[in-house]
Write a protein that binds this ligand. Structure first.
Ligand SMILES: Nc1ccn([C@@H]2O[C@H](COP(=O)(O)OP(=O)(O)OP(=O)(O)O)[C@@H](O)[C@H]2O)c(=O)n1
Ligand SMILES: C[C@](O)(CO)[C@H](O)COP(=O)(O)O
Length: 376
């Protein structure tokens, strides 16, 4: 099942006022566009992200995504959002599911994407929507008729569709649709409504940037804690924090038994309330036999990003009498920083003995503790 996220970013942002087109303006010291690219790329069910741009904005685009994971080349957009989406769909070629998202909605969270994909099980499309909470009136200077709010929804993006029927619908669509749900519905596809998110508002006017900056600034700190133990077995080296350390024993485990990275993976999962390492990588699953634990850590980091979080710092303590960690500590910090795509100064690796007390003191195994702080 191939899922592609298509981000449309070819607009001019005229209603947002003067300056850079809104998708390239700064939000939390990064370009608006980079937030959606990063969060959708990190979603575990998204296989590919494509962005549709105005080719005249290519320099802005290159600067905007310079610090995020590389994605495919941008697609040239058109004069209307509808035309830009069609250009993007044509460029994708093949996919099973497409998530079409406005670059101007940077606060995309994992939960909405999960709900959309789940809703596709019985529908050709699904859109996030919120109820209308204010009274609705027609009027021009003074009010006239009330408009009933019953069954009215504010529809957001991303909008999720089965790819082939949506592409066919777009190819035959009349101009003037405000979103892709309208095009899908006109072609006879059933489009489900799923719960949207107030945070998914669209940056439309200049004052929306103030609200967005407030949201960025108001993100709270969360912490997560992880603990793991692996017993020693026959062997000649142990893998700790991604580094192979020569030793008279190995650590026993289903994967590479990297006790440090396992504790850290649990700390990240704990910080976002996403269960523990065993939920994501069951120990009985042959897929993870001998697996490099960097994969587990990267997965947890992606879940943090996809949920709208960013890692502030992590701290791992390895507990053992031997091997000596000191000579490998810097390499471990660098490897963890590489996996987490963090500066090294935000990664700490420490070690302690237990004064020959307990199972670590008796050299029966190695324990590790980790904490992670994230902003979300
Ligand atoms: N020709 C267009 C027009 C819009 N969009 C994208 O569609 C999304 C939603 O559109 P909107 O908020 O209307 O953006 P703009 O068209 O840029 O804004 P404005 O109407 O104020 O100029 C934005 O991410 C925008 O970049 C696009 O890809 N191609
Ligand atoms: C696609 C959209 O964001 C869904 O709410 C909306 O229709 C875009 O409308 P706009 O008129 O281009 O702002």
């Amino acid at each position: 099942m191939k899922t592609v996220a298509l981000i449309v970013a070819a607009g001019s942002g005229l209603r947002a006022g003067e300056g850079l087109p809104k998708q390239y303006r700064s939000l939390g010291a990064r370009a608006v566009l980079s937030h959606s690219v990063e969060r959708l790329s990190a979603h575990p069910d998204v296989d590919e992200v494509r962005v549709v741009i105005n080719p005249a904005h290519r320099d802005f685009y290159d600067t905007a995504i310079a610090d995020v994971e590389p994605i495919g080349d941008p697609v040239d957009g058109a004069d209307t959002r509808q035309g830009s989406v069609l250009a993007g769909l044509e460029a994708i070629g093949e996919a099973d599911i497409v998530l079409i998202h406005d670059a101007a909605r940077p606060f995309i969270g994992k939960d909405v994407v999960d709900r959309l994909i789940a809703a596709l099980a019985g529908n050709g499309g699904a859109v996030p929507a919120l109820p209308v909470v204010d009274s609705l009136r027609r009027g021009n200077g003074t009010i006239s008729d009330e408009v009933s709010r019953v069954d009215l929804h504010r529809v957001q993006t991303p909008q999720a569709f089965r790819f082939a029927p949506l592409l066919a619908a777009h190819r035959h669509a009349a101009p003037g649709a405000t979103d892709d749900a309208e095009i899908a519905r006109a072609a006879g596809l059933a489009v489900a409504l799923v719960a949207g998110d107030e945070g998914l508002f669209k940056l439309t006017h200049a004052q929306d940037f103030e609200r967005a900056e407030r949201l960025m600034g108001n993100r709270g700190f969360r912490t997560g804690f992880g603990y793991d133990v692996h017993r020693f077995a026959a062997g000649e080296s142990v893998c700790l924090c991604g580094i192979n350390v020569p030793h008279s024993r190995s650590l026993a485990g289903h994967s590479d038994a990297d006790v440090g990275l396992h504790a850290l993976t649990d700390a990240l999962l704990g910080a976002i309330g996403a269960g523990d390492i065993g939920d994501h990588f069951p120990p009985g699953d042959p897929e993870w036999k001998g697996a490099a634990s960097g994969r587990f850590l990267r997965h947890a980091a992606d879940l943090v990003t996809a949920s709208g979080g960013s890692i502030e710092n992590v701290d791992v303590t390895l507990i053992c009498e031997a091997p000596r960690i000191g000579p490998h500590r810097q390499a471990m910090r660098e490897r963890v920083a590489e996996i987490l795509r963090l500066p090294v100064d935000r990664v700490s690796v420490k070690a302690t003995t237990t004064e020959k007390l307990g199972f670590t003191g008796r050299r029966e195994g190695i324990a590790a503790q980790a904490v992670a702080a994230i902003r979300r």
